[in-house]
Design a protein around this ligand. Structure first.
Ligand SMILES: Cc1cc2nc3c(=O)[nH]c(=O)nc-3n(C[C@H](O)[C@H](O)[C@H](O)COP(=O)(O)O)c2cc1C
Length: 173
C-alpha cells in the first residue's frame, strides 16, 4: 500500500540525475543511489517491483497511457512527473524515457529513465494542467482527458506530436 501523501516537497539537487531501468513490463531492474536516497525505499524494496510503487495519486492516468504507447513503439519521450516518496512526501521531476534494446537483435528488452529537477515555474503550469486532467478523469474518463490534452496542445501550434507533448510544454513556457 502506498503511504498517505503529505503536502511536503522534497528539495532535489539540480546537479544529480535520478535514474532507473525497468523490464518490458515496467518492473524495476536498476536504480541509482540518488533514486534510493530521494524516494526513501531500499534497493531490496525496489528491485523487481512495478514502477508504480512511487506513483503519486495527483498524476493523471493519461500521462502514463501516452508514455507507454510511445516507449513501447521504441520512441523516446519526456514527461514531467510528480512522484511519491515512501514517507508520503513528493517530488517533481523532468524525465527522459528511452527504450533499451538487445544489441544483437535490436528488440526492446526494457526501458531507461533519467530524471532531473525542474523550475518552480514549469511545476506550477504542469501542476495546473494535471489537476484539470485528473478532474476530467474523475468526472468523465481517460478519453475525455486525452482529448483535453490534445486540444491544449493544438492551441499551442499545429504540428505538435503526441510523443513530444511534455517537451513542447517545457518549450512553450
Ligand atoms: C523506465 C520507466 C520509468 C518509470 N518511472 C516512473 C516514475 O518515476 N513514476 C511513476 O509514477 N511512474 C513511472 N513509470 C510508469 C509506471 O510504469 C506506471 O505506468 C505508472 O506509475 C502508473 O501506474 P499504473 O499504470 O499502475 O496506474 C515508469 C515507467 C518506465 C518504463
Amino acid at each position: 500500500m502506498n503511504p498517505t501523501p503529505l503536502n511536503e516537497e522534497i528539495v532535489l539537487d539540480p546537479k544529480r540525475y535520478i535514474v532507473s531501468e525497468t523490464d518490458k513490463k515496467g518492473k524495476i531492474t536498476f536504480c541509482n543511489d540518488y533514486f534510493i536516497e530521494v524516494c526513501g525505499y531500499s534497493k531490496e524494496e525496489l528491485i523487481g517491483k512495478p514502477h508504480s510503487i512511487i506513483r503519486h495519486p495527483d498524476m493523471p492516468k493519461v500521462v502514463f497511457k501516452l508514455l507507454w504507447e510511445t516507449i513501447s513503439q521504441g520512441k523516446n519521450i519526456n514527461a514531467v512527473v510528480k512522484n511519491l516518496a515512501k514517507d508520503g512526501r513528493y517530488y517533481w521531476i523532468f524525465t527522459e524515457f528511452e527504450s533499451r534494446r538487445d544489441t544483437d537483435t535490436g528488440e526492446i528488452i526494457g526501458y531507461h529513465a533519467a530524471r532531473k529537477s525542474i523550475s518552480k515555474h514549469v511545476i506550477e503550469i504542469i501542476a495546473g494542467l494535471y489537476a484539470e486532467l485528473l478532474e476530467i478523469e474523475k468526472m468523465e474518463d481517460i478519453v475525455a482527458s486525452e482529448k483535453y490534452l490534445v486540444n491544449f496542445l493544438k492551441d499551442k501550434g499545429d504540428d505538435i506530436e503526441f510523443a513530444n507533448i511534455m517537451e513542447e510544454i517545457h518549450r512553450f513556457y
